[in-house]
Design a protein around this ligand. Structure first.
Ligand code: GDP
Length: 530
């Protein structure tokens, strides 16, 4: 993080981040307000459909059908001040944690939204832990301060305790619940007052000079002021001061308090993202890492979305640019296949619109329409054989056998399943023995979504049935050892959609036995996507 060269201004102004939160904490509302301040949409209310759509399973399916909405929200770009923000959406449902993990490999920071009345909830905790694996910088927004909320110290304590991260207040709330009137901006010594009458109005800010400024008393009623002053004194004593270096290495999070629905505190949070963001970071890759200031383009696919337009079987690969200045029409090398691809119709997602991207810089997210050549984990470069690392595929936790309703349609089914496997929506294993496919997912809901998509997109009714297996492990080792092992364990062997050998079982005991009996063989629950 330190001693990095100064980035070219176009790259230095980019902030690429995701929002992590528990459902209902206010992610959609906050996104809307970001876009509002980013000038990307005129009126808040346009991304609402998405938040609402997530409520029930049938609505969720509807959203899947209505891909336009979820897709335009996959990555959104907007300008704020002199910055370019790229907000990458994380799937909301807890069943899609693997997808979420990969999304988080494409960002440089995360904004953690918590509900002021609820504190750190389960999904926030999970997502936070994923961020922690990569030491991502985290900025915290404590939302819904206009409602009854917990005591400020209690909220901060809970974050520190549950997430083992230092918390430093960037602002301090004044009044709670119905009496909440705004915050004191600690970083800039300002009062920010919330306007309850106009939800889209930017808060009024009043510059003060220190906490003994008489202006405070002019704006804050005596009983609130007294409590606030007491608290802020205590906060100064008990809580760490903001240290940008610790924010960058993920060991400290600044917290803002606000109310997304009232547009309150959002601008301060955006200023925080701009200031502590950080800029596009170095990307781990093999045989060497990629730095954003390198003049040549390198980027990697972190997400594939298929059938955005059901009429065309097209897919969009979402690519995070790790370095360079991309221009439309560029010929890039697809490192996995060593083929050259002319990228002629890349798209960027500006709020609800897809737009042709004429150019992009390190940090940006590009959507590249393709017919299946681009897969998750693929790297594109201007020729050098570099592969981005650290985009894992996890062993699924649930396995079921999938059969076509009509046995004559097995080939069709295979095609459909392979496509979903490449999209990252499921793992598909073809057993050496027996018929059918074994499909693995991390959450049970995915089976239903898959069944419904296969029927909708391929006109193919399918059945999912219990499988005799409960675990899948990738088999690694020298080629002949793997072959020998596969031969001796045929009943347990399958191939994944890349043709890699997988060991299926229902017993942990089996896995332990393999490791004991075959010293050359390693079974693993993850594989790098290449
Ligand atoms: P998501 O599930 O995290 O995307 O949450 P939403 O943005 O859809 O918000 C969930 C609910 O909380 C909605 O009914 C919002 O209107 C409401 N909400 C969001 N922000 C606030 C806020 O600042 N104050 C209050 N009182 N409600 C809010």
């Amino acid at each position: 993080m330190t001693n990095r060269p100064q980035l070219p201004p176009e790259i230095a102004r980019r902030r690429t981040f995701a929002i992590i939160s528990h459902p209902d904490a206010g992610k959609t509302t906050l996104t809307e307000k970001f876009l509002l301040y980013g000038g990307a949409i005129q009126m808040a209310g346009q991304v609402r459909a998405k938040g609402e759509a997530r409520r029930t399973r049938s609505d969720f399916m509807q959203m899947e059908k209505d891909r336009g909405i979820s897709v335009s929200a996959s990555a959104m770009s907007f300008d704020f001040d002199k910055y370019r923000f790229n907000l990458v959406d994380t799937p909301g449902h807890s069943d899609f944690s693997e997808d979420t993990y990969r999304t988080l490999t494409a960002v440089d920071a995360a904004v953690m939204v918590i509900d002021g009345a609820k504190g750190v909830e389960s999904q926030t905790q999970k997502l936070f832990e994923v961020c922690r694996l990569r030491d991502l910088p985290i900025l915290t927004f404590c939302n819904k301060m206009d409602r009854e909320s917990r005591d400020t110290f209690e909220i901060i304590d809970e974050i520190q305790e549950n997430l083992a991260i230092d918390v430093t207040p960037a602002a301090w709330p004044i009044g709670v619940g119905r009496e909440f009137m705004g915050t004191y901006d600690i970083l800039r010594d300002r009062l920010e007052l919330m306007d309850r009458a106009d939800r889209n109005k930017v808060a009024e800010s009043i510059k003060i000079s220190g906490l003994d400024d008489p202006k405070l008393a002019e704006h804050v009623p005596a009983h609130l002021l007294e409590k606030f002053l007491e608290e802020i004194e205590m906060a100064k004593e008990l809580l760490p001061k903001l240290d940008p270096e610790s924010v960058l290495n993920g060991s400290m999070t600044p917290i803002w308090f606000g109310s997304a629905i009232n547009s309150f505190g959002v601008k301060e949070l955006m200023d925080g993202i701009a200031t502590y963001g950080p800029e596009p970071q170095v990307q781990s890759a093999s045989p060497r890492n990629v730095a954003p200031e390198e003049p040549k383009v390198a980027g990697f696919v972190f997400k594939v979305q298929a059938n955005m337009d059901p009429k065309h079987r097209d897919r969009v690969a979402f690519v995070r640019l790790a370095s360079g200045h991309f221009e439309r029409g560029m010929k890039l090398t697809h490192v996995r296949t060593k083929k050259i691809m002319a990228v002629t119709n890349p798209v960027m997602f500006l709020a609800a619109d897809r737009e042709l991207a004429e150019e992009a810089y390190a940090g940006d997210i590009l959507g590249i329409p393709n017919h299946g050549q681009l897969r998750i984990g693929d790297t594109l470069t201007e020729g050098e054989a570099i592969r981005v690392t650290g985009i894992p595929s996890f062993a699924p936790e649930l396995l079921q056998t999938c059969r076509a309703g009509d046995p004559m349609k097995a080939k069709h089914l295979e095609k459909a399943l392979m496509q979903f496997a490449e999209e990252g929506a499921a793992k598909v294993f073809k057993p050496t023995f027996g018929s059918g496919f074994i499909v693995g997912v991390v959450g049970a809901l995915q089976f239903e979504v898959l069944a419904s998509r296969i029927e909708m997109e391929y006109g193919l009714p399918v059945r999912f049935e219990g499988s005799q297996f409960t675990s899948a492990r990738w088999v690694h080792g020298p080629k002949d050892a793997v072959e020998k092992f596969a031969d001796a364990n045929k009943q347990h062997i399958a191939e994944d959609n890349d043709g890699d050998v997988v060991y299926l079982t229902r017993l942990q005991w089996d896995i332990d036995r393999v490791e004991r009996d075959y010293p050359d063989i390693k079974l693993s629950a993850t594989k790098e996507m290449m």
